[in-house]
Each structure stands twice: as structure tokens, then as C-alpha cells.
Design a protein around this ligand. Structure first.
Ligand code: GDP
Ligand code: IMO
Ligand code: MG
Length: 393
């Protein structure tokens, strides 16, 4: 089992970043395949916190290859900021560690203005990162791709054509229009900075797979935010489910061996839309406070509720989950209904208090999928791994 997909089984922020960082110890390559800088993936190693939006969560492991696939929408400014931050921490010294697909679509300032303008009327509660408008342009065959940022002549031609329509849209939404020349200058400058990382991501992934290297596919958002299978229209604009790992990385689905769904021990959602188990009382407030449930990208308070087993069963079906990783079990410590002792220092499943184990086993029973890992704290070390997803059973 060498190629494993990690997806969020709920509404995002399940702790995918933490799990991907941990599982990267056994992988050689980590690939992001959809979403963009709407994602906020938090990694904590030895007490030091890093929040990633675009760069795959394997990047803290020197020498492990990180690939941003064609299915991702890349905000060039956010990407370069993130690369600069990682470099300042002594990471990504070798530019060949990161490959950004030349076919990935680019988020431009007008996408963000359209996103913001729409939110004033029919609020989805987006992250404001321009994600929807960029994917719209991709599907409408008028998008700008990473490869275009490297070609000044054709970029001018493409942007001059697109900017008229984009500005008409922005005007209708009451926003401020974008000017061509400063936009071109901005885009080309960032293209130049991105160039060392730009390449054929699909060929890179295929090359690694052919050599028998272990590949981890890192999902962003969560199953219920999927454009087809989520709580439409309160969703993001990409397919977040495991099937899209193949499309968004440029690899055939037969290369994927297993799919791990990440779920919190309870439920959260940021943004608008249905959340059946939402708690509006002091218990919900307590989950938010104890779980520090504030968005890693926007800082918004997350809506909180109990675990929804129906949601997880649905996620098991639409993703074909072969395993679950349950995070933030420690947060339930001391809740009256789910009495569990302090868990954060435990590393063996058998050491968990009986009630905590019963909770995990009940979830497994309800969802019909085995739990391969239980997370009891934000740090990489605070994890009980019951099964290595890369090892054959
Ligand atoms: P992602 O988007 O799925 O990667 O998740 P986020 O990083 O947005 O949100 C998860 C939050 O929970 C982050 O602040 C993590 O540091 C934190 N976290 C992850 N696992 C655990 C855990 O087991 N216990 C606690 N207390 N925090 C955790
Ligand atoms: P990670 O990868 C949680 C939500 C937004 C909004 C909806 C659409 O960190 O789990 P968008 O900006 O994508 O058009 O917003 O999707 N959303 C997320 N919620 N975690 C995320 O990513 C999210 N990315 C988008 O809050 O409801
Ligand atoms: Mg997040």
C-alpha cells in the first residue's frame, strides 16, 4: 500500500494537516490536489506551530517531495509568502523539493473582488480567497494558468481579453475595477519568482509512483463541502472527495491504494449552511473554547456540535474510506456526557481510559470503518497510531 489519500470527512478543519505531517514520516511525496489558500492546515512540532495554505503539509520533513497538482487554484502572492516563511525557517532550501503544476489555475485580484462582492448579497460565508470565481473561469475555459505567468506576451493577450468581463462583473457587484498594467506587472513579477518551482506535476507524481515511492495525497476542505456531494450551495467550488485525488494530481485512479478520512471527535463548521448536530448552548461554547475552534485562515469562530455518525457513514461511502483517524479526542475531556480523563500524554491505545476507547469503538461500529489513528493533542507527537496506512495488513 504505497499511495494513500487523506480527506476531511466533515466540513473541513478536521486536523488533516496534522495527520499528513505525521504520516509523511512513512511517505516520500505529498501532493495537494484541489482547493487553494482557502485551506488552513496547522502543524505543531515540538510546540512550534506552522499554518500552511498551499504548500503540502509534508514540507517540514526535509527531502520529502511536495507537489501542488493541476487541480489546485494557486494564489501566487499567498504561495510566495508561504515559501518565504518556510525559507526563513530554514526549510525548502532546495527548490526542487517543491513542484507547482504549470497547469494549475491562478487566482488573480479580480477573483477576490468578485468573491467579496457576491458575499455582500448571498453569503455562503466564503474565505474570501477568490476560490469560486477562479474555478468558474477554469470551467468556462477563460482561466489564467501558472504556465501563462511565465510568458509576458501571451499573458498580456489573455488578461486584456478577460479583464473587461471581470471588471463588468465587479462593477455590477459594486466593487472596484482592476487595471490591466499594474495587474500584468504584478503577475509577471510573481511568475518570475515562482519559476524555479513550476513544472509538470503529473509527470513528477507518475515518476515517483513508478519508482515505488510512497505518495500521500492531501485533501483540503471536507466531504460535506464538496461541490457535488456536499451541502450545496453551501460548499466550496472543488471536489474534495478522494476520487478527485487522481484527477487533481494527473494520475490514474488505479494508483490509489487506500483512503483515510479524518474526523474530529465532534463536529465543527465555519461559514453558512446546515449543521444538523450544532449546539447553540453552553456545551457548544465549551467545545469552541476548549477546542480553540477559530479558523486557521480567517480567524472566524467555528460552529460546534456533537459528532454526526450519519455524516461519517456518508463520507465513508462517497470517499470509499478504508480507515478513519479521529482527532481532538482530548477536547472531550471532562464533558459530562462523554466522560474521559486527561488524554494528551498517552501514546498507546490500551492506555486510553475505557470510556475513550468505548467512544472510538462506537464510532467505528456506527461508521463501519476501522480507526487507524487517534489524536490527543495538536503536536505531531500527541498521536496514537494503531496502524501504519502504508503497510500491508
Ligand atoms: P485542517 O484544516 O484539517 O488541517 O485542520 P486545522 O489546522 O484547520 O484545524 C485543526 C486544529 O486543531 C488546529 O489548530 C490543530 O493544531 C488542532 N489539532 C489537531 N489535532 C488535535 C488534537 O488531537 N487535539 C487538539 N487539542 N488539537 C488538535
Ligand atoms: P481546510 O482545508 C473549513 C468553507 C468556507 C465556506 C465554504 C466556501 O482548512 O479544512 P470558499 O472560500 O472555499 O469558496 O468557501 O467553504 N471552507 C472551509 N471550511 N476548512 C477549510 O479548509 C475551508 N475552505 C473553505 O468557510 O463555508
Ligand atoms: Mg483548516
Amino acid at each position: 500500500m504505497s499511495n494513500v489519500v487523506i480527506v476531511g470527512a466533515q466540513w473541513g478543519d478536521e486536523g488533516k494537516g496534522k495527520v499528513v505531517d505525521l504520516f509523511t514520516s512513512w511517505a516520500d511525496v505529498v501532493v495537494r490536489f484541489q482547493g487553494g489558500a482557502n485551506a488552513g492546515h496547522t502543524l505543531v512540532v515540538g510546540g512550534v506551530k506552522t499554518v500552511l495554505h498551499l504548500v503540502p503539509s509534508g514540507v517540514l520533513h526535509p527531502g520529502k517531495k511536495c507537489i501542488i497538482g493541476n487541480g489546485v487554484v494557486v494564489d501566487p502572492e499567498a504561495l510566495m509568502e508561504e515559501i518565504d516563511l518556510l525559507k526563513s525557517k530554514g526549510l525548502l532550501g532546495d527548490p526542487t523539493q517543491l513542484v507547482v503544476s504549470e497547469n494549475a489555475h491562478v487566482i488573480l485580484p479580480y477573483h477576490k473582488r468578485i468573491d467579496a462582492g457576491r458575499e455582500k448579497k448571498d453569503a455562503i460565508g466564503t474565505t474570501g480567497r477568490g476560490i469560486g470565481p477562479c474555478y468558474e473561469d477554469k470551467v468556462a475555459r477563460r482561466g489564467i494558468r501558472v504556465r501563462d505567468l511565465l510568458k509576458p506576451q501571451s499573458l498580456r493577450a489573455r488578461l486584456s481579453a478577460r479583464i473587461l468581463e471581470a471588471n463588468a462583473q465587479i462593477k455590477a457587484l459594486g466593487g472596484e475595477k482592476c487595471d490591466l498594467e499594474p495587474l500584468l506587472e504584478w503577475a509577471l513579477k510573481l511568475g518570475e519568482r515562482m519559476e524555479p518551482y513550476v513544472g509538470d506535476a503529473s509527470a513528477s507524481v507518475a515518476h515517483e509512483v513508478e519508482r515505488g515511492r510512497a505518495v500521500l495525497f492531501e485533501g483540503a476542505q471536507g466531504t460535506l463541502l464538496d461541490i457535488d456531494h456536499g451541502t450545496y450551495p453551501y460548499v466550496t467550488s472543488s471536489n474534495t472527495v478522494a476520487g478527485n485525488a487522481a484527477v487533481g494530481a494527473g494520475l490514474g485512479p488505479t494508483a490509489i491504494d487506500s483512503v483515510i478520512g479524518i474526523t474530529k471527535a465532534y463536529t465543527t463548521r465555519v461559514g453558512n449552511g446546515p449543521l444538523p448536530t450544532e449546539l447553540f448552548d453552553a456545551t457548544g461554547e465549551k467545545l469552541r473554547t476548549v477546542g480553540a475552534e477559530f479558523g486557521a485562515t480567517t480567524g472566524r469562530p467555528r460552529r460546534c456540535g456533537w459528532l454526526d455518525a450519519l455524516v461519517l457513514r456518508y463520507a465513508a461511502r462517497v470517499n470509499g474510506l478504508s480507515g478513519l483517524a479521529i482527532t481532538k479526542l482530548d477536547v472531550l475531556t471532562g464533558f459530562e456526557k462523554i466522560l474521559v480523563a486527561s488524554l494528551s500524554d498517552l501514546r498507546e491505545y490500551e492506555e486510553l481510559p475505557a470510556n475513550a476507547r468505548r467512544y472510538v469503538e462506537r464510532v467505528e461500529q456506527l461508521v463501519g470503518v476501522e480507526t487507524i489513528a487517534v489524536s490527543v493533542g495538536a503536536d505531531r507527537a500527541q498521536t496514537i497510531v494503531r496502524k501504519n496506512p502504508f503497510r500491508h495488513t
